[in-house]
Ligand binder design. Sequence first.
Ligand code: PMP
Length: 354
Amino acid sequence: MAKVHNFSAGPCILPQEVFKEASQSVLDFDNLGLSILEISHRSENFVRVMEEARELVKELLNIPKGYTVLFLQGGASTGFLMAPYNLLTENGTAGYMNTGTWSTKAIKEAKKLGNVDVIVSSEDENFKYIPKDIQIPSGLDYVHYTANNTIYGTQFKKLPQTDNFLVCDMSSDIFSRPVTINAYDIIYAGAQKNIGPAGTTMYIVNEEVFNKSGRDIPSMLDFEVHHKKDSMFNTPSVFAVYVTMLNLRYMKANGGVEAMKKKAQERSEMIYNEIDENPLFEGYANKEDRSSMNATFTLTDESYKEKFDKLWKEANINGIKGHRSVGGYRASMYNALPIESVEALVNVMKKLRS
Ligand code: PMP
């Protein structure tokens, strides 16, 4: 079968090597004569997988002592809820930056528990930009922001300065650049972009967060409960965690986060150069806020739509239709996307104007 260039926004492409090893383990895992899908999550072999996955995250992101790494369920959407449950006190206030659909959803969930102050928002321009010179008040229970706005193709380039607890949804750019972990108190990310398959969510949590809200937290939403049980309070997503572990091993063997950052720069420079040079295309996000993971763009002349759609389909390109709230196109270029795929897309864009 011809190679498909997969620009899907997530779930997305993972390394072929990971797919191969994962598929073998579905038939026979660790030479046990058993599938990874049929063993107990309490078995020695799976406990080793969970431990290795958690350790690899610590190693790849240089996580200092005092932080725990967890692989839980419920998607990043459950993270929207876990942050306030663990940090928002009955009478306190949480500060949120609203930079898109996912931030808006996080705000909605937090409001169900308590007071929320939306410190800044870029909604006035349909989230085309990242607010600058943000003044964050002191005395908040925590501040929340979304590092990369998957739908709009914008990304924070600077770490927000605050003396409050800092919470960040890094679902769509984790492992694409180094992170100053000790500036954060909760980092969460759905696995289905740079981490692994859909089905597990990664949390990096400062242990000082435990018990901070003073609430009677439901066990499944309580970070301390999961930490004390080594991320095995209940049955974890065995297969998703296993494939994640394979992907983390692959990342480590291929230069770690610094190498991923370099690749992300190469891919995004290539596509943004074409968007800027080609009169038939226009970038959606403000230039200085452009995401290195999701490039959003539109046609300057809609009469070219039919021809462009035909060309990219013929080139075996998949997943570049833009999100309905932005329209146009979105090329998601996560860690496993080869540079050749970006070349294939750029060639099609060039062909359209030739
Ligand atoms: N946050 C961001 C930045 C996202 O891109 C998404 C979509 N994958 C979510 C949150 C929601 O994630 P999930 O579907 O895992 O709940």
